[in-house]
Design a protein around this ligand. Sequence first.
Ligand SMILES: Nc1ncnc2c1ncn2[C@@H]1O[C@H](COP(=O)(O)OP(=O)(O)O)[C@@H](O)[C@H]1O
Length: 184
Amino acid sequence: MRVVMLGPPGSGKSTHARLLAEHLTVIHLSVGAALRDEVAKQSPLGERIEATVAAGELVDTADVLAILETRLVGATGSGGWVLDGAPRTLTQAEALDDWLDDLEAPVECVIALDVPDSEVRSRLLQRGRADDKPDVIAHRIQVWQHDGGAVLTWYETKRRLVRVDGVGDVADVARRVIAAVERF
Ligand SMILES: Nc1ncnc2c1ncn2[C@@H]1O[C@H](COP(=O)(O)OP(=O)(O)O)[C@@H](O)[C@H]1O
C-alpha cells in the first residue's frame, strides 16, 4: 500500500503517518524529519537548507526529490509506504507522480487531515520545535494556504483523496484514518 498524508503544519501528519504505517506494516517516510536529519548531520544538503527550514520556507523540489529518491525506491520494493511532508506544491505533486509512474508504483490513497488554523497554531506553539516560533508558524500556515489547495485538488481530480477530521484524541483520529484507508 502506498499512501500520502497531507494537511496543514501541526495537523498531526507525522504522528498519523507513523501510526498508519505501523498498522499497514509498511515504511513511514517523513520528509520534514529527513530534512532535519540532513541539517543535524551538517551534510552539504543540510548546510544548504538549514536557513530555509528554520524560516519555514519550502526547500527546493529537486532537493526534496533527491532526499526521497533512495528511501521511496527502497520502501516501494519492500511493500509500500506512508509518506508525510510531500508533496507540498503542485510542482512537487506532478514531479512525484511522474516519478512514481516510472517506478510503476503510483500513490494509491491520499489522506487529508482537516484541522482548523486556530487549532494547528496552538498545537505548534505547545510542541515548541526549533521552527515552532510564532512568526515561523504563521508563515508555514500561510505557505500551506497558498500551495496546499492545489495539491488537494490534484489528488481529488485523480479520485485518490479522502478527507479525515483531524480534531480529537490521537487514538480517535488514528481510527478514522485507518477506517478511511480501508474503505478506500
Ligand atoms: N515537501 C517539502 N518541500 C519543501 N520543503 C519541505 C517539504 N517538507 C518539509 N519541508 C521543510 O521542512 C519544514 C518542516 O516540515 P514538517 O516536518 O513536515 O513540519 P510541518 O508540516 O509542521 O511544517 C517545512 O517548514 C519546510 O521548510
